[in-house]
Design a protein around this ligand. Structure first.
Ligand SMILES: Cc1cc2nc3c(=O)[nH]c(=O)nc-3n(C[C@H](O)[C@H](O)[C@H](O)COP(=O)(O)OP(=O)(O)OC[C@H]3O[C@@H](n4cnc5c(N)ncnc54)[C@H](O)[C@@H]3O)c2cc1C
Length: 445
């Protein structure tokens, strides 16, 4: 591939957008933004940038929280022009360009009575961005990662080479790209397997006043298949403690009355406060759209988001989560944030680069706080608090899910990937020999 001169063409507005992300914590200005109108243009950019050692990162939905998609002094590729989505109902697959958002994927699949087996809760992430981190959703306890449902990927490597990879073809590259944090190649297209979509679902919200009964139920639900989707939250209680909520969903036809006792009769929630409602599956998948509109209206969407997501061994979560929530440094979560708890079954998670604690049952803990605007001192404290929680999690066998606002050194990354590090490093040297891709993650010195 020929190297071309890439002009620094961009409008100030593009540069400013590419210099920040949803986290609003790290800002680094690129030299230029390339809008990816074609895959060839992306290949040319990489062939140009590599020998010059210029960083290149892809930007899709811009949901990164700590500069992971920024390219200080280099080029950000705005992927959002590559946004075509094609559903192939006879093959139960969908081919999506990497810049398409998950809401486009869901819309195209539902129009054919199909759906991704796992969709992220929030549909504003891009196909490429979510696959490069793995992707968790409400059905992950049964069906694993969003990335586990990819049949084939088209990518452009850090050396500017366009390749198609799958478990059968360039398998090493395929496994280095899924949940691979954009280190070896940029995804340009993905073929996803789909499953039949239910028309209706019944959603149960089940309240617990103590963590003990909540975690017992989560354990039970992670092990059995009665619900298609299971999630949970900790919510501030009036008396200064925390309540816990299980949100569980099962498909139904709408014709027969649902057998509620069969679904929730043996669970340990407070039966007087259970909320039960029926939704179309589309309403359920878009359930966070309303929250986003609200947060945009209040301005919270634009504020700094020092979030942290961890994967914990389930047996540690029962004491770890309440102790984190009782920590004075997490007080802000009571007023401006959300605490998510997702039960997971480790045996359902397949992408090799998704690091997870050993053991069957896991808990995904997300501390999703919003910091006040114009208070960099508070943001710094919250990022430091993230680091303290991360270190405490390591001590009980937890790992970070690397989508949050957490400062990590190359040594931390090496330890994070553990036995998978050697394969990742080999793939990096082979496919991104100049180490220009996605430097914002900070994996390499
Ligand atoms: C409001 C909100 C809700 C979220 N909900 C969920 C959820 O339910 N489940 C879940 O798993 N995660 C969730 N996340 C995390 C989010 O999915 C990840 O941060 C994801 O990487 C975002 O992708 P993006 O395209 O929006 O972000 P970007 O900021 O555009 O990209 C994120 C990272 O992916 C890289 N990247 C982007 N496109 C490509 C590409 N084509 N090829 C290679 N690398 C690429 C970027 O360089 C960057 O490092 C949520 C985040 C937010 C802010």
């Amino acid at each position: 591939m020929k190297a071309v001169d890439v002009p620094a063409v961009d409008e100030d507005e593009d540069l400013l957008r590419a210099a920040t992300d949803f986290g609003h914590i790290v800002d680094s200005r690129p030299r230029g933004v390339l809008t990816a109108h074609s895959v060839d243009a992306l290949g040319d950019l990489l062939a140009f940038a590599g020998p010059r050692g210029l960083p290149v990162s892809a930007r899709g939905g811009g949901q990164a929280l700590y500069g992971q998609g920024q390219a200080d002094g280099g080029y950000v590729v705005d992927m959002t022009a590559l946004d075509e989505v094609r559903c192939l109902p006879e093959e139960r697959t969908l081919v999506a360009d990497a810049g398409a958002l998950w809401r486009d994927v869901v819309r195209a699949a539902l129009a054919e009575g199909l759906a991704p087996a796992v969709s992220p809760d929030h549909l504003g992430g891009s196909v490429g961005g979510v696959l490069s981190t793995g992707g968790f959703g409400g059905s992950s306890h049964r069906f694993g990662l969003v990335a586990d449902w990819v049949r084939e990927l088209e990518v452009v490597t850090g050396a500017g080479q366009r390749l198609v990879c799958s478990p059968e073809r360039h398998a090493g590259l395929f496994h280095a790209v899924l949940a691979g944090l954009g280190q070896c190649a940029l995804i340009v297209r993905a073929t996803l397997r789909l499953v039949p979509a239910p028309a209706l679902v019944r959603r149960y919200r089940l309240y617990h006043h103590t963590p003990g009964t909540f975690f017992t139920d989560q354990r039970r639900l992670a092990r059995d298949a009665r619900f298609s989707h299971v999630a949970g939250q900790a919510r501030p209680a009036i008396d200064g403690t925390w309540d816990y909520v299980t949100e569980a969903v099962a498909p139904h036809t709408g014709q027969l009355p649902c057998d509620d006792p069969l679904f929730i009769g043996d669970l340990d929630h407070d039966p007087d406060t259970a909320e039960i409602e029926d939704l179309s599956y589309a309403e359920y998948l878009h359930r966070l759209d309303r929250d986003e509109r609200l947060l945009r209206a209040t301005g919270e969407w634009q504020r700094p988001h020092p979030w942290l997501t961890l994967l914990l061994p389930e047996e540690a979560a029962t004491t770890f989560v309440p102790s984190v929530l009782a920590d004075r440094r997490q007080e802000g979560l009571r007023h401006c944030g959300t605490v998510q708890l997702r039960p997971l079954n480790g045996s359902a998670l397949h992408a090799p680069l998704l690091r997870r604690p050993p053991g069957e049952l896991l808990c995904l803990l997300s501390l999703m706080r919003t910091a006040p605007p114009d208070r960099p001192d508070v943001v710094r404290e919250l990022v430091a608090a993230n680091r303290a929680v991360y270190e405490a999690a390591l001590a009980v066998g937890g790992v970070v899910h690397p989508v949050g606002a957490l400062p990590m050194t190359p040594d931390d990354w090496h330890a994070h990937f553990g036995p998978a590090w050697a394969d990742l490093a080999r793939a990096k040297d082979r496919y991104d020999p100049h180490h220009i891709l996605t430097r914002g993650c900070g994996l390499w010195p």
